[in-house]
Design a protein around this ligand. Structure first.
Ligand SMILES: Cc1ncc(COP(=O)(O)O)c(C=O)c1O
Length: 367
């Protein structure tokens, strides 16, 4: 039997009765427009993230977009971020009319390298989006020090980091606002599209609540030109059920990561995930690096073991970003990482036997 990269079915079977009962209750109540589950989830998610406000929206990409708009970032503004991320981070910046400025990564954590940020700051820089890649928080303290007292917003793309912490504080509470995705494979995941914004700022909360419903908080009164980006009531019902298990699921991911790292330690040419002493990594994915990545991928495939490359083509080299003019060689650490990373199977229900089997295949290639 093969081993999938993620196994959403086995998790569903564990919670099926609760999910079906919650769907039945929501559909019987028929309050489907920002109904009781959305309201309750927003309170529960704010509490989990240690912030005053959480606003449910349509998906993670729209969460980033609305967060930027709520901070009044638009045409003429520059936003510093990484190219080593899912393209949505860049799309959101471009969608609001701002200009992305991409910086290189720390080759150990694969998150933004704070020391690269300073020289990219210009008088037009209005925000920095730090991506907590793979489930590891970016070094927000170092970024805050680089920004100093300049009028630059520090924002989190926390789409992969539900429950991660930086110096004891949860992702989502580390800056001037954060965007989450609850895409079906995330650590906290809906059964469809869903996202959220978290913030301590009341005016950001209020603006996002307007923007997500056609610029309106009072029926047929439109203060702003907005969007239709509500969190769906049925998805909120699922998220509430799963949120009660998120801490245990993240613990399981961390246990699996430890086992992987113990079994894969000491192999020449294999770089394992690094967890900074101030960070709590939640292993959305377990990603290793090797110059022989393609051989590892081939061997896993031959054994029917799932894997993924996050990300084979970094954003600055995507055809869609050609206008930004960042050619090959402009972000050397990013480009090296893109050539070397490979993500191994990771989900809470993974068994020790499965991990051992994956490690055996990886070792057989490199030893
Ligand atoms: C880092 C990152 N940012 C943004 C997104 C966009 O989220 P969504 O797919 O919910 O739009 C994702 C995931 O899909 C992501 O991994």
């Amino acid at each position: 039997m093969g081993i999938p990269l993620v196994d959403l079915q086995s998790q569903y079977l564990d919670i099926r009765d609760e999910v079906l009962a919650a769907f039945d209750e929501a559909l019987t109540g028929m309050q489907l427009n920002l109904g009781p589950n959305v309201q309750a989830f927003e309170e529960e998610w704010a509490e989990f993230c240690g912030v005053r406000h959480a606003i449910g929206v349509g998906n993670g990409t729209e969460a980033l977009n609305l967060l930027l708009q709520a901070h009044r970032i638009g045409p003429g503004d520059e936003v510093i971020t990484v190219a080593f991320t899912f393209i949505a981070t860049l799309e959101a910046i471009l969608q609001v009319g701002a200009t992305p400025v991409m910086v290189d990564i720390d080759p150990e954590t694969m998150c933004i390298a704070p020391e690269e940020v300073g020289e990219k700051i210009t008088p037009r820089t209005r925000a920095i989006i730090a991506v907590h890649l793979y489930g590891q928080p970016a070094d927000m303290q170092a970024l805050a020090e680089v920004v100093g007292d300049r009028d630059i917003r520090l924002l989190e793309d926390a789409a992969q980091a539900h429950g991660a912490t930086c110096r004891g504080r949860p992702a989502g509470s580390l800056a001037d606002g954060a965007a989450f995705s609850f895409y079906p494979s995330k650590n906290l995941a809906a059964y469809g599209e869903a996202g959220a914004i978290t913030t301590d700022a009341r005016e950001i909360d209020d603006t996002v609540r307007h923007l997500r419903v056609h610029g309106s908080r009072e029926k047929y009164v439109h203060r702003l030109v907005g969007y239709n980006s509500r969190l769906d009531e049925l998805q909120a019902a699922v998220l509430r059920i799963k949120l009660r298990r998120l801490a245990d699921w993240n613990e399981a991911r961390r246990r699996h990561a430890r086992r992987y790292s113990e079994q894969l330690a000491g192999i020449d040419g294999l770089q394992l995930p690094v967890e900074r002493e101030w960070a709590r990594h939640v292993y959305h994915v377990y990603t290793v690096r090797s110059p022989r990545r393609d051989e590892i991928a081939e061997a896993l495939e031959a054994e029917d073991i799932g894997y993924a490359i996050h990300y084979r083509v970094p954003c600055h080299l995507q055809e869609a970003m050609a206008d930004l003019g960042c050619g090959p060689g402009s972000l050397p650490e990013t480009e090296r990482a893109a050539a070397e990373v490979i993500s191994l199977p990771m989900y809470p229900e993974l068994t020790n036997e499965q991990i051992d089997r994956v490690c055996e295949v990886v070792r057989s290639v490199l030893e």
